[in-house]
Design a protein around this ligand. Structure first.
Ligand code: COA
Length: 330
């Protein structure tokens, strides 16, 4: 049976470290408040000249190196982001150009914190059907340029960071690789965590009014997001286990989307797992949305937290609301 397997992983975060103490100088917040409520200690921010596709290109080069492939050997690109370089065209096209390739398909995926797992499910289908053989999947974000860094925007601004993670996906005949993916969405909650503008729902010619209303900034009902995330994470992980006839004892490592350390801990407790079974690095990066799972996967691998044949579960929840999981035999 032909399955899809991750053969290369890499990540890149911009060098500028922004601590909670740095944020204290920009808005009315405190290191104590941020740490207690989210677990975040610091995050990375890009400089003025860096865009999402630049971070993606750096992460991609590392993933390609691990897979021992040259960029021209890739036959499809999937790019997950909520912070594309431009409103259009998609960042996949820009990444393709930055990697020096100029003809293969490049698909942008817009599923926010679940973007990487949605992208993985697409890659999985293409590989299983034999459509493509070497897919580059990237999750990348520049959040810092789109945040309201005044006290008004503090509930969202302290959470998010910049970064990118990439994987190369290839076929295998072995009984390993991506076993299943599980995707969900509930659009009733779309405005609980969103950026409204620019968008076609806005009235024509409303640009100046939009700027004054500050509706270009993300807005979030934090409590509602928290409540749903705490339920959906364990639920979608159980779904992945049951689909493959596994139980929680079979889990080698869970790599959750890094939304909030408290959400991650609530999920771990609900599943009855010891701390070493759940990977967390939100302390150092904040929430990097579509990039958070591939960054965490890349770090977990380099720290030796994943061994051959381990059962790895990826899980995410985010804006949409969307939630998703993937079961992978490494
Ligand atoms: N610094 C200091 N105070 C802050 C603050 C900040 N950055 N942001 C909000 N506050 C204040 C609020 O104004 C409020 O003050 P008040 O009591 O005087 O009105 C107080 O802190 C409590 O706010 P509240 O929103 O009730 O806090 P909370 O305990 O719900 O925690 C979140 C807020 C955002 C940390 C929490 O709701 C959360 O993590 N939600 C999920 C967010 C998430 O994961 N989003 C991404 C999903 S992918």
């Amino acid at each position: 049976m032909r399955r899809a397997r991750i053969t290369g992983v890499g990540h890149y975060a911009p060098p500028r470290v922004v601590t909670n103490f740095d944020l204290e100088k920009m808005m009315d917040t405190s290191d104590e408040w941020i740490r207690e409520r989210t677990g975040i200690v610091e995050r990375r921010w890009v400089d003025e000249d860096t865009a999402t596709s630049d971070l993606a290109a750096e992460a991609s080069k590392k993933a390609l190196q691990m897979a021992e492939l040259k960029p021209e050997e890739i036959d499809f690109i999937i790019f997950a982001t909520l912070s594309p370089d431009y409103y259009f065209p998609g960042s996949g096209c820009l990444l393709q150009h930055k990697l020096g390739i100029n003809h293969i398909g490049a698909l942008d995926v817009r599923n926010q914190c679940c973007g990487f797992i949605y992208g993985l499910s697409i890659a999985d289908q293409y590989i299983r059907t034999g459509t493509y053989n070497k897919i580059l999947l990237v999750g990348a974000e520049v959040q810092s340029k789109g945040l309201n860094l005044s006290t008004e925007g503090r509930d969202v601004a302290v959470l998010f960071g910049d970064g990118a993670g990439a994987v190369v996906i290839e076929p295998t005949d072995e009984d390993r690789g991506i076993l299943s993916t599980h995707l969900h969405a509930d659009g009733r909650f779309a405005t609980e965590l969103c950026v409204e503008y620019p968008g076609s729902a806005a009235p024509q010619g409303a640009t100046h009014q939009m700027l004054n209303e500050e509706r270009f900034f993300p807005k979030m009902n934090g409590r509602e997001v928290f409540k749903h995330a705490a339920i959906r994470f364990p639920q979608v992980i159980q779904e992945a286990l049951e689909a493959n006839g596994f139980c929680t004892q079979d889990i080698g490592l869970i790599i959750p989307h890094q939304a909030n350390l408290r959400i991650s801990e609530a999920m771990r407790t609900r599943l009855g797992l010891p701390p070493e079974k759940v990977y967390n690095n939100i302390q150092r990066y904040g929430n990097t949305t579509a990039a958070s799972i591939p960054i965490a996967l890349s770090e977990a691998l380099s720290e030796g937290r994943i061994q051959d044949n381990d059962m790895v579960i990826l899980a995410a929840f985010g804006s949409g609301f969307t939630w998703a999981s993937a079961a992978i035999r490494w």
